[in-house]
Structure formats: structure tokens, C-alpha cells
Design a protein around this ligand. Structure first.
Ligand code: NI
Length: 389
């Protein structure tokens, strides 16, 4: 059982929708045009539309033919990245500094394709909530929807989401139970030293030297404190200080991200970061402020829903194309928060692109649109089957 024929028959429409969204990218919480198009399409297909959840979020509700109380949520993210696109595609971004470099335009379109097919066929017994989420790229769109009562207003028994993957081949699916994507903190560290002439550093408490020392010391957390069989990443991605050749600045800032798959490891890293900074502050007689913010939860797939995705995928893309060996990723994904509220699973679907996600040359392969829509649709028909007449 490959793609669903009906979905294949409107694949060209999906490609047009996707390329239009691609040409008009909007970043987190600014998805006004995108969510407008989503709402308009859903309404056009006879789906009940609710707007404004978590700002620009949209939820479509569709009942199947049966009258069971079963309910399943399907989620897609809608936001682009604040970066330039460097491709020569005729549908490339028309907005400077905005680019669908993670393929969320494709995710939105695949969920629209699913909605169109299910609205036309309704061969399922229960209710589907199509969840179009804003601001996945580190701005907390999932949490914003949850805070606005997503699952109180639209309760579901299970929820599913997917991401495109240029590292897999077209038609390959990866899904497995357990921790699948890392939790992430973002941090800012401010070293409040004392400035002086660059030629007279003895008059300063030099925050630049302290920043370099602290940056090195923080690297010992992963190498010396985290259990060798557990994993964590601590990356300092920004260092800011100074503006002149002959001035020791008064302040230096470090910023970056921490990733781990285990909440205990996350706690340990935060504790050690604060302790090392406090020790460094005492040693160098300065003040060091440490601000660590929990941005993404660890994404944990639930056992049974993950197996269900694999089973459905075997039917759509063939058993050889379904990878169920654990391949946890250090990247993060805010669908994790939805999975903490409701059981479900998150899976990866391959495509013909080979440029990495978030690279300025990233290309989304439209051939995967009917694949993703078929997977979502079969998931609904399989998890909420119509009773045989
Ligand atoms: Ni993404």
C-alpha cells in the first residue's frame, strides 16, 4: 500500500500551496498570512476552524463517519527562520531575512493535505484535531498553545507530529519509543568586571580573561561531571566584550545552549554551571550572573503510539523503509511538550534533499508531501477504524 491515490491525485495542489508558503515565510508568532491560508483552506473543505490559540495557532476539528468518542490530534509547525535563503529556486523566499530553512512550510502543507483527504472521505470513527502550531523554533509556540488550553478545548487521546529529514531517503520513516530528541536550555552569563586602560590591566578586573577561563571551565562539566555513559552537549555560541584595542571592557557576556536526554543530567549541568561561575566570581573578585532557561523538554515517544506509527508506515512506505532502531538526536523540538500532556509519537520522514536543515541552501523535496499526508491519514484510519458494516 503506497501513497493514498486520492492524495496523489491532488499532489500538484499541495506543491503549489507549499511553494507559496515558502515564498512568503513568517517567523514565530508572526504567521498571520500562513495561518490565514490554513484557516481558509480548512473552512473550504468543511472543517470547523478555531483561530488564535497561542497567538497565531489554528485548530481544525473534523468528525468521521462513526460516533465513537475517540479523538486524535495531528500537529504541524508553521514558522520560518530568521535567516537568508541562498538558493536559486523560482519559489525562493521573497522576504529578506526570512527563510523556511527547516521545512515547516512542508509540514503545514502535509497536514493540509491530510485534512483535505480526511474531510472528503471521513473513513474513520472519531474526531481529528488538526493542530497548526506557531513558533516552534525556540520561541515556545507549543507551550503557548498548551497555555491557551489546547487540550482542554480540544481533548485528544493521542497526538502525532512529524519532521522532514534530508538525511533519510525519500519514503524512509524513522520512529522509535523513548527519548528521541534532546531537551534544551539556553543560557546567558554576564561577567561584571571593572574596566581600565589596556596598558594598565592591574587597574582592571578583566572580564575578558575571566570569560575565556570560564568558557574553558564549563567544558569540564560534560567531560568530568556527566556520567560517561550518558550524554550532554554544552556549547558556548556567543562571546561579547569590548570595542577598542586599548580598553579593558567592564563587562563580558557568554551565551549558548545545553542539550541532554535525561532530566537528571539537565539538573546536574545547571547546578555545575552555577557552581563554577560562583567559584570563578569569588576567585576573580567580580560578579557573575548566570541565567539558564529551559526552552525545550526532552521529546519522549510513548511506546504503543510509536509502534503504531511504525506499523502504519510499513503499510505506506514498505517494511524495508521503516527504521525503528533508536536514533536519538541532539536537536530539540517543542512537540515534546504536547507529548508530556498526551500520549503520542513524533517521527521523521525522509526526502530527496541533501542540504542540512537550517542551512541557507536547504531544499525541501515536494515529492514527500503526499507521503507525509498519506502517513498521517492512514494513522487516523488505523487508530480510529470504522466498524465493518
Ligand atoms: Ni524544524
Amino acid at each position: 500500500m503506497p501513497n493514498i491515490d486520492l492524495i496523489d491525485s491532488f499532489a500538484d495542489d499541495l506543491t503549489s500551496i507549499r511553494r507559496d508558503l515558502h515564498a512568503h515565510p513568517e517567523i514565530g508568532f508572526e504567521e498571520h498570512r500562513t495561518s490565514g491560508i490554513v484557516a481558509e483552506k480548512l473552512a473550504q473543505w468543511g472543517i470547523e476552524v478555531h483561530r488564535g490559540l497561542g497567538g497565531t495557532g489554528v485548530v481544525g476539528v473534523l468528525k468521521g463517519k462513526g460516533d465513537s468518542g475517540r479523538r486524535i490530534g495531528l500537529r504541524a509547525d508553521m514558522d520560518a527562520l530568521p535567516m537568508e535563503e541562498h538558493t536559486n529556486l523560482s519559489w525562493r523566499s521573497t522576504v529578506p531575512g526570512r527563510f523556511h530553512g527547516c521545512g515547516h512550510d512542508g509540514h503545514t502543507t502535509m497536514l493540509l493535505g491530510t485534512a483535505r483527504y480526511l474531510a472528503q472521505t471521513r473513513n474513520f470513527d472519531g474526531t481529528v484535531a488538526f493542530i497548526f502550531q506557531p513558533a516552534e523554533e525556540g520561541l515556545g509556540g507549543a507551550r503557548a498553545m498548551l497555555k491557551d488550553g489546547l487540550f482542554e478545548k480540544f481533548p485528544v487521546d493521542e497526538v502525532y507530529g512529524l519532521h522532514n529529514d534530508p538525511d533519510l531517503d525519500l519514503g524512509q520513516v524513522s520512529v522509535f519509543p523513548g527519548a528521541s530528541m534532546a531537551g534544551a536550555d539556553f543560557f546567558d552569563i554576564t561577567i561584571k568586571g571593572y574596566g581600565s586602560h589596556g596598558a594598565m590591566p592591574h587597574n582592571a578586573r578583566d572580564p575578558v580573561v575571566i570569560a575565556m577561563t570560564l568558557g574553558q571551565a564549563l567544558q569540564t562539566i560534560v567531560s568530568r561531571n556527566v556520567h560517561p555513559l550518558k550524554s550532554a552537549v554544552l556549547s558556548i555560541t556567543q562571546i561579547h566584550a569590548g570595542a577598542a584595542y586599548n580598553v579593558v571592557p567592564g563587562e563580558a557576556k557568554l551565551a549558548g545552549t545545553v542539550r541532554a536526554f535525561d532530566d537528571g543530567v539537565r539538573q546536574l549541568v545547571r547546578k555545575r554551571m552555577r557552581a563554577i561561575a560562583a567559584g570563578m566570581a569569588a576567585a576573580f573578585e567580580v560578579e557573575i550572573e548566570v541565567d539558564i532557561r529551559d526552552i525545550f523538554s526532552v521529546l519522549v515517544n510513548h511506546e504503543e503510539p510509536a509502534h503504531a506509527v511504525a506499523e502504519v508506515a510499513r503499510g505506506v512506505v514498505g517494511g524495508d523503509n521503516v527504521i525503528t532502531s533508536p536514533r536519538p538526536r541532539m536537536g530539540s523540538e517543542d512537540f515534546a511538550d504536547m507529548l508530556q500532556a498526551v500520549p503520542g509519537a513524533y517521527f521523521w520522514v525522509g526526502h530527496g534533499g541533501s542540504v542540512p536543515l537550517h542551512n541557507p541552501g536547504y531544499i525541501f523535496d515536494d515529492k514527500m508531501l503526499p507521503v507525509g499526508a498519506s502517513l498521517f491519514s492512514r494513522l487516523i484510519e488505523t487508530r480510529m477504524p470504522l466498524a465493518q458494516a
